[in-house]
Design a binder for this molecule. Structure first.
Ligand SMILES: [Zn+2]
Length: 490
């Protein structure tokens, strides 16, 4: 048995002021055959990681293709997308004949001229491998689950957790299902239900926590092979945006249809009920200061680099400085120029620094302050569940009672290393501000005595009705208050 694996992934915020080019992939994940790290998967490369670990014992040969992934930002440059796509497809042609594909994609990638990158890639891959090859795909739940891609794949499995701590487990699921299909033990059939809604579904909060637990318990029983919820990615202006349910059953399409419908209807009943309360900056910080234990973790989801934001909005930072909050830290602020200046100044230097507030109107105004450089680290990284995320060169500066982590590689707060790399201990701070929507909860949830979500003036509007879509199919909730679910679409 011969399986081919590759990764092409990013989450495209089509409204982001930061375009995505080959250089952004080179900064994050850019591994050609023979270059893949062996210690841990990087971003969407778990299928390769899992396939490599199991190939020998399970009697298949894994042919490793290229893996490309970039931090979320704006639309990918067309020529760069075509270059990466064609490199993978050329590798696939050379690898033929293959029995199966294991693709680690994200699912919300947009390139100029390609609103459905994954659909395009799968269509071209299917043309190469033919109808009998089993195509297995792992996607992020913040994807656009388009009919083009569903019609080309045999097995699609999405991460269930948000924060995405289960990327390796779900890659194991994809491989399990591909192998069982190839061995003739199962006949996967997929059903998709379209809820017609745009919403965020953190699985650390109820009611999603219990829904995900129930879904997990359904798998592997009564002919149900896999259940996925495509949460949607609200910041991609594409036609097929929105929450969808995907069920894979063993040979029984009616069974898959029935469960997809039941779960889809349940998600429709949860409109407006899955997101946390968002405070304004003043009220959120006030809540944190008034709380009598530490640390209080305050999230800034509107400036989450993981959703394509620049991560240099200064609303919360300025409020902390101006109200003279003590024992606070905040990160990451993406400002490679300020990082460079801090390295040039050296550890312990007291300098005048302008930082943050640079990229767009939604970044706010920069901070101008006398700072002390209290930490420096080159080529730093942070954990995200089982994966590693590079943050590049980092500098920590102290302004009054506020420690600020400046980073050179734009990414969100996922691991405590973000602060510890530069000598800041988040468990000892009164207030820890993180730029992240919910991925921070994997590491910061366990240390937080209280978690507060704040809606700053960053670019990721929490209310989808305020996002200036032009291509999205209507009606869809909450843009259209009376949008009815479309029901089964596959
Ligand atoms: Zn995601």
């Amino acid at each position: 048995m011969r399986l081919f694996t590759a990764t092409l992934a990013t989450e495209t915020n089509t409204f982001s002021p930061l375009p995505t080019s080959l250089d952004n992939y080179k900064e994050s994940v850019f591994f050609r055959p023979g270059e893949h790290p062996t210690d841990a998967p990087r971003m969407c490369t778990a299928p390769l990681f899992v396939g490599r670990a199991r190939a020998k014992a399970e009697g298949f040969e894994l042919i490793e293709g290229s893996c490309f992934a970039a931090s979320p930002a704006g639309t990918t440059n067309r020529a760069d997308y075509e270059l990466m796509r064609d490199e993978i497809l050329d590798q696939l042609k050379k690898a033929m004949p293959v029995d199966g594909l294991l693709l680690g994609l994200h699912g919300a990638m947009v390139a100029h001229g390609y609103d459905d990158v994954e659909g395009d890639l799968l269509l071209k891959a299917r043309a190469i491998v033919g109808p009998n090859c089993v195509i297995g795909v792992e996607l992020d739940p913040h994807c656009h689950l388009t009919m083009k891609r569903v019609s080309q794949a045999d097995i699609i499995v999405l991460y269930k957790e948000f924060p995405h701590t289960d990327v390796v487990e779900r890659a194991e699921d994809v491989l399990d299902l591909v192998l069982k299909t190839l061995r003739g033990q199962i006949k996967p059939v997929m059903s998709v239900y379209d809820c017609r809604q745009i919403q965020s579904y953190p699985t650390t909060l109820q009611p999603m926590r219990s829904l995900v637990d129930r879904i997990m318990a359904m798998e592997g029983k009564d002919g149900i092979l896999s259940v996925s919820i495509a949460h949607c990615f609200p910041y991609g202006d594409v036609a097929e945006i929105g929450t969808r349910v995907l069920v894979i059953a063993d040979g029984d399409k009616k069974k898959a249809d029935a469960l997809a419908t039941k779960l889809g209807d349940e998600l429709v009943s949860l409109r407006g009920k899955t997101t946390p309360t968002y405070f304004n900056v003043k009220a959120g910080v006030g809540e944190g200061v008034a709380f009598n234990d530490l640390p209080v973790v305050i999230a800034d989801p509107a400036d989450n680099a993981g959703g394509g934001a620049p991560s240099d909005n200064t609303d919360i930072l300025k409020h902390l400085i101006e109200t003279r909050i003590e024992d606070a830290c905040i990160g990451p602020i993406w400002d490679p120029i300020a990082v460079r200046i801090c390295f040039d100044a050296g550890l312990g230097a007291k300098i005048h620094l302008r930082f943050g507030g640079k990229i767009a109107v939604t970044s706010g105004q920069p901070v101008d302050a006398e700072v002390e450089v209290i930490g420096l680290k080159r080529n730093a990284w942070q954990r995200f569940g089982p994966t590693q995320v590079p943050v590049g060169d980092c500098a920590a500066v102290r302004v009054g009672g506020v420690d600020v982590v400046l980073i050179a590689n734009r990414t969100q707060a996922t691991g405590l290393e973000l602060f510890r790399n530069v000598g800041i201990e988040p468990t000892e701070k009164k207030i820890v501000v993180v730029k992240s929507t919910n991925h921070f909860m994997a590491a910061y949830g366990p240390i937080a005595k209280k978690v507060i979500y704040v809606d700053s003036s960053g670019p990721l509007k929490r209310d989808p009705a305020r996002i200036p879509y032009t291509k999205v199919e209507r009606p869809i909730w909450p843009l259209d208050a009376d949008a009815k679910p479309r029901g089964l679409i596959f």
